[in-house]
Design a protein around this ligand. Structure first.
Ligand code: ADP
Length: 547
């Protein structure tokens, strides 16, 4: 007979997070900028009250346990209260990315079988257009006060304020198996249909605990976190849950993500830590470029969390030197909840010179407890952690997806239970993972891989370059050679030769792009990544001067 421990077997439920926040940090601010204009202030106690009201409202609307509730919404106190109210009640919060094409949203909502769709008024025209095609949605809730209700023609249109005001302030959260589904998020699916990643209460709570560790994001009660990463993108990196666990003050920017708005809100609310993908930081930088009278150090920003795409050297240095802020890079994906590795220095790096330190900081990060990493070659052979051997990255752990909703796409798991990420990486002897590329973006020149991330990052260090992307273009001798596509920085003049000279000092000779073209902007995916499929399509017939 196995000898079991005699500890209480309490389920890890999302409702426990909001209960804790409201009990131990009731007065801590939650500040939101609203789609309808203005700034809204509530507290963790207020978020709990609204979460309880949502739970009652779902009962009234006939939404059962395990049934999906969709949102098309920005980061706000309303969306935050749904994070706790919907999952706490035992239903599943389905955060839909409103930046996807309308056809993809239609597919996703129908595939998820959402029963109710909550939406910010920004998306009212989209909702009206989609409603006739949404097969399972019975009611639509505009996340708005009475006075801002959109005049749209959809069945069962309800007003957030009216719906919530009619509900009691207290709700007794049900207790259930921690492995039950809590939220659902579809990957953007640049090829094929989006696939649903279905998180559980257990995976969410464990992932939140990890985010509190000082060696990861170190969330705590002394911090004011501005959450720029959208709440429709991989649970906003899990921060809403982790913040509730420790009563972090949250600042939610709503739809106002342009450089000026972000800067204003950071200054006004004295933000100490902010999380977002590189593209939002580039927008902030552009605003600051145009306003040299503003001193970024005056913001008092201590740390920035960056993930979703690689942090360039230029970005790292700008945050460190001009803002006086530490950059905490993370790698992950929707399927990994999303944190897989986090970049933090080790005590033994203390003596390194500036350049060596920068090289460490530019790596995506080290494994955190809970995530096992593995590299394999094309034949499935395990690769060494020597910082040089490249391989397909596979990960395993209690907050890594085991499959997709309704079994779409087959099993992504290998014989040892590892999930195939689709990324190519190296891992060094200290366990620092460095991303080479997404496998589908890899440029293969004469059978060897060129890391587009390295070349793009190097190019972005050029003082006249705002953004850069590199893609492979057909070449008669080498099969593929790199083409660099550059967005010049406002007010700068730049030419091909100056960029190639700059790169020649920074990347291997055979990685140098065969050509450079200039564009006014680059296409991005709905989650802010370079849309390389579109670039490859656009430059398919580009003739390289070396061809
Ligand atoms: P999408 O829905 O666009 O696929 P994900 O967030 O799931 O959004 O994307 C995950 C991918 O983003 C990873 O597989 C990886 O290629 C890329 N990525 C995430 N973090 C980083 C990072 N720090 N550096 C480079 N690439 C990253």
């Amino acid at each position: 007979m196995p000898l079991y421990g005699l500890m209480q077997d309490r389920p890890l439920l999302i409702s426990s997070l909001i209960e804790h926040a409201a009990r131990f940090h009731p007065d801590v601010d939650i500040v939101s900028r609203l789609p309808e204009g203005g700034t809204h202030r509530t507290t963790w106690a207020g978020i709990r009250r609204d979460a309880c009201r949502i739970a009652h409202a779902l009962k009234q609307l006939g939404v059962g346990e395990g049934e999906r509730v969709g949102t098309l919404a920005w980061n706000s106190h309303r969306h935050l209260s749904m994070y706790f109210g919907v999952s706490g009640a035992g239903s599943v919060l389905h955060t839909v990315n409103p930046r996807l094409f309308a056809e993809q949203i239609e597919y996703i909502v129908n595939h998820a079988e959402d029963q109710v769709l909550f939406f910010d008024i920004t998306f009212a025209p989209l909702v009206e257009k989609l409603a006739p095609k949404l097969k399972t949605v019975r009611s639509y809730v505009a996340m708005s006060s009475r006075e801002h209700m959109p005049a749209i023609d959809v069945p069962q249109l309800l007003c957030w304020d009216e719906l919530l005001d009619a509900q009691p302030d207290e709700f007794t959260w049900p207790e259930f198996d921690e492995r039950l589904a809590s939220s659902l998020c579809y990957t953007s699916g640049t090829t094929g249909n989006p696939k649903g990643v279905l998180y559980s209460h257990r995976s969410t709570v464990l992932h939140s605990l990890m985010e509190l560790a000082p060696d990861t994001f170190g969330l705590n009660s002394a911090e004011t976190v501005m959450l720029i990463v959208p709440m429709f993108h991989a649970n906003a990196w899990g921060t809403p849950y982790a913040a509730a666990m420790v009563g972090t003050r949250l600042v939610l920017p709503g739809p106002h993500l342009d450089g000026k708005s972000v800067h204003e809100l950071m200054a006004q609310e004295k933000v100490t830590f902010s999380q977002g993908v590189p593209t939002v930081w580039l927008m902030l930088f552009q605003y600051l470029d145009a306003h040299p009278e503003l001193d970024p150090k005056a913001l008092g920003l201590k740390r920035v969390g960056i993930g979703g795409a690689a942090v360039s050297r230029a970005m790292l240095e700008r945050f460190e030197q001009q803002f006086g802020a530490e950059v905490v890079q993370g790698w992950g994906m929707t399927e990994t909840s999303p944190i897989g590795v986090v970049s933090k220095l080790l005590p033994r790096h203390a003596g390194l010179d500036e350049e060596a330190l920068t090289q460490v900081k530019l790596k995506q990060g080290r494994g955190v407890w809970g995530v096992d990493l593995k590299l394999v070659d094309d034949a499935g052979e395990v690769q060494r952690w020597d910082g040089v051997s490249r391989g397909h990255l596979r990960v395993r752990g209690p907050w890594i997806a085991s499959g997709y909703f309704k079994g779409e796409g087959g099993s992504p798991i290998d014989e040892d239970g590892f999930f195939s990420t689709g990324d190519v990486a190296t891992i060094d002897p200290d366990g620092y993972l460095q991303l080479v590329d997404r496998a589908k973006d890899v440029i293969k020149s004469g059978g060897e891989w060129i890391s587009s991330i390295d070349v793009e990052n190097a190019a972005m260090g050029h003082p006249a370059v705002a953004e850069a992307a590199i893609i492979g273009v057909a070449h008669p001798k080498w099969q593929e050679r790199p083409l660099l596509i550059v967005v010049p920085r406002a007010g700068h003049v730049v030419d091909r030769a100056s960029i190639l000279d700059f790169l020649a000092a920074r990347v291997a000779k055979w990685w140098l792009p065969d050509d450079v073209v200039f564009v006014s902007e680059l296409p991005h995916t709905a989650t802010g990544k370079l849309l390389k499929t579109k670039l490859r399509e656009q430059f398919r017939h580009h003739v390289l001067p070396t061809a």
